[in-house]
Write a protein that binds this ligand. Sequence first.
Ligand SMILES: [Zn+2]
Length: 270
Amino acid sequence: MPELPEVETSRRGIEPHLRGQTVSNVVVRNRALRWPVARSVDRNLSGATITSVERRAKYLLINTASGSAILHLGMSGSVYVVDKGTPAGIHDHVDIELASGRTLRFRDPRRFGSLHWSRKPLQHKLLAKLGPEPLGDDFSGQYLWQTSRGRRVSVKQFIMNAHVVVGVGNIYASEALFMACIHPRRAAGRISVERYERLARSIKTVLGNAIKAGGTTLRDFYGGDGEAGYFQQQLEAYGREGEPCRRCDTAITSIVQGQRSTYYCKECQT
Ligand SMILES: [Zn+2]
């Protein structure tokens, strides 16, 4: 599944092809995505000039002066740029054709992705209630500490809650807690502000490293085969059950929390 770093890398990969371009035509071959693609998307996007491509959580916002297309890659989606007229494959559901002669193509084999139009995308129902961006300045240890007071949920589930902070997927949560030496089952409301400062820094580092890895293994967004690229990451705890902790040599333990696997060191995560 594309996580925040993959979506951010996609944004960086496609934006140079889209910014300043006028949309000459929109082709929707299959409207049956996670939610039906409304005709207002094609109608509003056609003829509009793209001013920028932004990311909010795992949504790509293709911005124009009159509103934005909100694209989610779902479980298996990807975006790539092809020359106009390149034959579409069976899973290529949407083409956004540009005056430059290039086309932004959305491929989604499992069709859990979505495409909406909104005049005020940040107030759209999918985005309005999301927590802060983990890499933004308003995400901090102080914020996590304040938000967690009185919360008995485990800290791992707390930081994976998109109302608290967006984009901290299962692997990233596991890795950040390992880095911050915090036990994944500890109650969110029983962690000091100092430890939350360390956790916020760890989340930023883990996600930042993944984006950097994406930048170095950047698949070709133009003329590529449209296959979703997943980043090779150096994992310190995740997937290392039974292997020695890199800090203290204790075997890494695996537990299940909220149906997701967590890997941690029972010696140095407290
Ligand atoms: Zn350890």
